[in-house]
Design a binder for this molecule. Structure first.
Ligand SMILES: Nc1ncnc2c1ncn2[C@@H]1O[C@H](COP(=O)(O)OP(=O)(O)OP(=O)(O)O)[C@@H](O)[C@H]1O
Length: 119
């Protein structure tokens, strides 16, 4: 019973983490708008089951990368708020991870949607 309670409490912490990401990271709103747009476009274009899966996985990956990026930024700020070349690199690396998944998502969106739009 104690284990179940502990498990359920950990979900509370995780949900709090998502809430914190929205509070600290303005880009989270952009990701939310992008995710809602993808769901609407998928429904309108009646994309296939595989295309739904690919787009939903990409949405999840983008959100995951942004939340990790926010966590790393917070940790880096806790280490020092002074100008530090290594802290700068750490933040750039984390931000690079978000950019990569966003570029991949944009390319995949073009590959999936263009054939429907050019029909
Ligand atoms: N302490 C620091 N020392 C050196 N460079 C830093 C430091 N803090 C930030 N930077 C540089 O400034 C960039 C922006 O950092 P910042 O913490 O402002 O994130 P941000 O651009 O506001 O990110 P986001 O928009 O995701 O919140 C970093 O990628 C890094 O290159």
């Amino acid at each position: 019973m104690n284990k179940i309670k502990k498990h359920l409490t950990s979900y509370q912490y995780s949900i709090n983490g998502i809430w914190l990401a929205f509070r600290y990271e303005n880009n989270m709103i952009f990701h939310l708008v992008a995710a809602i747009t993808v769901v609407i476009v998928n429904s309108l274009l009646k994309v296939t089951q595989t295309e739904w899966l690919i787009t939903l996985i990409l949405i999840g990956l983008a959100w995951m990368a942004e939340i990790f990026n926010t966590a790393i930024e917070k940790l880096a700020d806790q280490v020092t708020r002074e100008q530090d070349p290594l802290i700068g690199q750490v933040k750039d690396l984390a931000s690079g991870a978000v950019l990569i998944i966003c570029i991949v998502a944009a390319v995949c969106a073009a590959i999936i949607y263009l054939p429907y739009l050019l029909k």
